[in-house]
Structures are given as structure tokens and as C-alpha cells.
Write a protein that binds this ligand. Structure first.
Ligand code: C5J
Length: 226
């Protein structure tokens, strides 16, 4: 077995074997990142999330060049909403509800333009796209089985939003035995304080949910291999 690659991270160095690692890109969909989608209907300033696009594009390029598995997720629901619990559908007072027609198609519905991943981070051939009805990537998706079959033990986690789908996914993954490295500048929140505290909560207490590092540290670790 070869030595693991080491990433300078909080709370201490993160070691991973690229053959047993996947990059997870969570919900980089127009519905969250562009005006007229789900994120905006909830009253959020979606431009806050766009800052993750350049570092995430670099991270994707380095990951693909290293031959590491890339998996994308999309939050959304079937057109008949049969997989959307009433508690989610009726929550709060959004300007449009899930399933309503919006400028980018029906809000958060599979197959609609707004539901798809932004052009800048579009999946390439061979990359898995996991459609999920919940905030976590493991709930009702079969992701755990897919990762286990592929021998994946380490997850490099990116995407939006830090405190919702990224956090839920990292917690689910941690409980299932995966070692998660969250790339601090490749995850984004609509709220500055949630970004800060969300990242601190992952690495606190000796890495209670995982590790945190900027994308440059992960990319540097990949470069030491070549
Ligand atoms: C939210 C997500 N924030 N992808 N979804 O509702 O984080």
C-alpha cells in the first residue's frame, strides 16, 4: 500500500489515498446559485454563493487530472412532488413554492433548467450525478452503496450551502465511516456567520465531523504525487 497524500488542514493533516477517494460536488445548481431559483425564493442573495465557482473549477480540474472519482449531487423533486414531504413543501413563506413555475422552470423540479448544474461546473462524461430529495446526499439515494462498491473511504466535500446540504451530507458520511475533508473556499453560504461557524463546527473537538482546508492545500497535495 502506498503512503497516503497529506493535506495541511484543521484540526491536523488529512491523509487520503486517491484510489479510495471521491470529490463530492453538492448542489451547484442554478436553483441555488442563480437568480430566479429556489434560493432566491427563500429571500437569499444568491450572489453570495458564486464566490465558490473559481476555486471549485480549479479543484475539479486538478481532481480530474489526478484520475480521482467525481460525484455531483442535485437537490430536487419528481414533477408530481411525490417525493417532497408536505413539511418541506409548506415550510415558511417563500415567494414561490417548490413546484411553482419560475423564470428558470418549475422550482426545484428534476428535468427543469433551474434544477441542473451550472455550466461552469457541468459534469463530464463518466461522472455520476446523484439526485436527492433531501438535504443530505445519503438519504434515499443509494450513495452509500455506490461508494462502498467503488471502495471509496474518503470524501473531499464541496458545494452549497455550507450549513444545510454540505453539513447534512458530512454528518451522514461521518456516521457511515467516511473521512471527510471540506474545502473551505469551495463551500458557500448565504450567511457569512453560518459559513464561519459551519466550518468551525466540522473541525472542532479534534475533527468531530472531519477536516477543513482551503482548496489550494488539497491541490498542492495532488501535485506532490506527480
Ligand atoms: C438548501 C442546499 N439550502 N443545497 N439546500 O436548501 O443546501
Amino acid at each position: 500500500m502506498s503512503d497516503p497524500l497529506l493535506v495541511e488542514a484543521e484540526p491536523y493533516a488529512y491523509g487520503f489515498d486517491p484510489r479510495h477517494t471521491a470529490l463530492l460536488v453538492i448542489d451547484m445548481q442554478r436553483d441555488f446559485v442563480e437568480p430566479g431559483g429556489f434560493g432566491e425564493t427563500l429571500g437569499n442573495d444568491v450572489t453570495m454563493l458564486r464566490r465558490v465557482i473559481p476555486p471549485l473549477r480549479d479543484t475539479l480540474a486538478a481532481t480530474r487530472a489526478a484520475g480521482i472519482t467525481v460525484i455531483h449531487t442535485r437537490e430536487g423533486h419528481k414533477p408530481d412532488l411525490s417525493d417532497c414531504p408536505p413539511a418541506k413543501l409548506n415550510r415558511g413563506a417563500p415567494s414561490l413554492r417548490i413546484g411553482d413555475p419560475g423564470p428558470k422552470g418549475r422550482i426545484l423540479i428534476r428535468g427543469e433548467y433551474g434544477h441542473d448544474i451550472i455550466d461552469e461546473l457541468a459534469p463530464v462524461d463518466g461522472e455520476l450525478v446523484v439526485d436527492k430529495p433531501g438535504k443530505g446526499s445519503f438519504y434515499a439515494t443509494g450513495l452509500d452503496e455506490t461508494l462502498k462498491q467503488a471502495g471509496i473511504r474518503s470524501l473531499v466535500v464541496t458545494g452549497v450551502t455550507t450549513e444545510v446540504c454540505v453539513h447534512t451530507t458530512v454528518r451522514e458520511a461521518n456516521d457511515r465511516g467516511y473521512e471527510c475533508l471540506v474545502l473551505s473556499d469551495c463551500v458557500g453560504s448565504y450567511f457569512e456567520e453560518f459559513q464561519r461557524y459551519g466550518l468551525q463546527m466540522i473541525a472542532a473537538q479534534g475533527g468531530i465531523f472531519g477536516w477543513v482546508a482551503p482548496a489550494a492545500h488539497y491541490i498542492k497535495a495532488l501535485e506532490t504525487r506527480s
